[in-house]
Design a binder for this molecule. Structure first.
Ligand code: CMP
Length: 149
């Protein structure tokens, strides 16, 4: 089954987010109360191995955090990177206002948390340091993609 099943966050996932978001570079500057205010805007999806979460060239409206599992980043069919638990993807298209730069496919069963573009923009407005950190990572990834193509 290669479907995404969207469901409400479990209590354990809310606790993981409260602790885990603190360790995600770009969220680490937020206070616990600010983190808590993001959580209601997050959705969670269970994806099977092989599921394509994001397709290169398509329009974007969400950012994803990997709670569990692994994904491959594929540029024109070629694997350029792999990401795992605690890492995120889907920020480039939102920040640079461009189509998805690569395809992201689950290389194992995944639990993915996601945040919509408008919520991300609001968080960045309220916490400019979050936006700065996110942009730094996105720019580094863009450079890597350019160097590889
Ligand atoms: P986006 O362009 O929205 O969709 C594809 C995603 O793949 C992209 O955002 C990044 O999150 C991710 N990505 C692209 N290039 C790299 C890279 N070199 N290393 C890690 N992740 C990447």
């Amino acid at each position: 089954m290669k479907r995404t099943h969207i469901r409400p966050l479990s209590e354990a996932e809310v606790r993981w987010l409260e602790k885990g978001l603190k360790n995600l570079g770009f969220f680490s500057k937020l206070k616990v109360s600010q983190l808590a205010s993001i959580i209601p805007y997050m959705t969670v999806g269970d994806c099977a191995k092989g599921h394509v979460v994001v397709r290169q060239g398509t329009q974007a409206n969400r950012l994803y955090l990997i709670k569990k599992g692994k994904v491959d980043i594929l540029r024109s069919g070629k694997r350029v990177a792999a990401l795992g638990a605690g890492q995120f993807f889907g920020e480039m298209a939102l920040l640079f206002k461009q189509p998805r730069s690569a395809t992201v496919r689950c290389s194992a069963g995944c639990v993915l948390l996601s945040l919509g573009n408008s919520d991300l923009r609001r968080i960045m407005r309220q916490n400019p340091s979050v936006g700065r950190q996110l942009k730094k990572i996105a720019e580094r990834r863009r450079l890597e993609l350019e160097q590889m193509s």
